[in-house]
Design a protein around this ligand. Structure first.
Ligand code: AHG
Ligand code: MN
Ligand code: MN
Ligand code: MN
Length: 323
């Protein structure tokens, strides 16, 4: 079994990955290990509960949202290869090092509502090349297909790192010595599945094609899909994606008619794009219901999108229902 450092050495040589990009990802992982130590101790380190502040998304921040965000910013800023950062918890991008060639975007803590109840949460990250010229918001507004690396660290029953440099996906488990060890390489999301994930409490606010799709699944073997489906909902997207990566499934967070922009809840730059790259690199698909997620031209750092991802057959079927 390879350690993370051994994997980086071999994988970067085989795939000609620049050392500056490797160093950027190493900094992200150093920060995530520090976040993991805080998560593990929970109440013992006083990190649970509300921060008493809000973020630009209009959400109440938990203490760990704020702590994780600060750890990532402090760690990444010291890396000369990092030109700038953008985070779910920051109103604007954060400039780092002028000479840096990379931009890092992150959801420091995904699944905030699960922090205080000891259910899996994670950190999601995305790395882009910094375009030439001075750093501005537009520098970050690149399509998901432009990402040069993406992944997540899942603080679950085990702490796992899932990473892609666009040459497949690699999975690492944190050992007792605090070192990530490669425990799975090139996982493939099965094309077909009988498992779906959606927050059904929003059912009355969904658009017609999603209503139709979920009704088909609920009808089971008596309906047009002619098979029985099972349902799961963790309420941490990062954990749902990991389940789908390991055994298939489809995850949906559709548009909601209550939202004036009707764009959905999840964030394109911090959630959909990085998790989408992992899913695509493992043979799955991701869409906003109508277009390939990774081909959407972003218009804002905090832009929200509808998300449908996972097993190719189901994602394809949802797209067909939207034509
Ligand atoms: P975050 O904690 O980063 O704000 O994201 C939470 C997201 C996502 O992880 C999850 O799938 C979804 O919100 C859960 O939403 P509901 O509370 O509507 O189930
Ligand atoms: Mn949030
Ligand atoms: Mn999130
Ligand atoms: Mn978050």
């Amino acid at each position: 079994m390879k350690t993370f450092s051994q994997y980086l050495m071999v994988h970067s040589q085989e795939n000609h990955i620049p050392k500056e990009l490797i160093s950027t990802v190493e900094s992200i992982i150093i920060a995530c290990k520090q976040i993991s130590r805080n998560v593990r101790l929970g109440a013992l380190s006083g990190v649970l509960g509300e921060a008493g502040t809000g973020n630009i998304q209009g959400e109440a921040q938990k203490k760990l949202d704020v702590i994780a965000n600060q750890i990532l910013i402090d760690t990444l800023r010291t890396n000369p290869n990092v030109a700038g950062l953008a985070s779910e918890e920051e109103d604007n991008f954060v400039a780092a090092n002028e000479q840096g060639g990379y931009l890092v975007l992150f959801d420091p803590l995904d699944g905030s509502s699960n922090i205080d109840v000891n259910i899996s949460i994670g950190t999601i990250f995305s790395v882009l090349l910094k375009p030439s010229g001075s750093l501005k918001t537009e520098s970050f507004l690149q399509k998901g297909s432009e990402q040069v690396a993406a992944g997540y660290v899942l603080y679950g029953v085990q702490t796992l790192l899932v990473l892609t440099f666009k040459h497949g996906v690699h999975v690492f488990t944190l050992n007792e010595q605090g070192e990530f060890i490669e425990t799975k390489s090139l996982p493939q999301i099965p094309e077909q599945t009988a498992e779906f994930a959606i927050n059904a409490s929003n059912q009355r606010h969904w658009e017609q094609p999603i209503q139709k799709y979920i009704n088909e699944l609920l009808a089971g073997e008596d309906g047009v899909r002619e098979k029985n489906y099972n349902m799961r909902w963790v309420a941490s997207m990062v954990a749902e994606v990991h389940r789908i990566l390991m055994r298939g499934g489809v995850f949906l967070y559709p548009k909601d008619n209550r939202d004036p922009s009707k764009a959905g809840k999840l964030r394109l730059m911090y959630e959909a794009n990085p998790l989408g790259l992992v899913v695509e690199q493992a043979g799955g698909k991701i869409t906003n219901s109508r277009e390939n997620m990774l081909e959407i031209q972003p218009t804002g750092l905090h832009q929200r999108v509808a998300v449908v991802l996972g097993s190719a057959e189901e994602v394809g079927h949802v797209r067909e229902l939207h034509i």
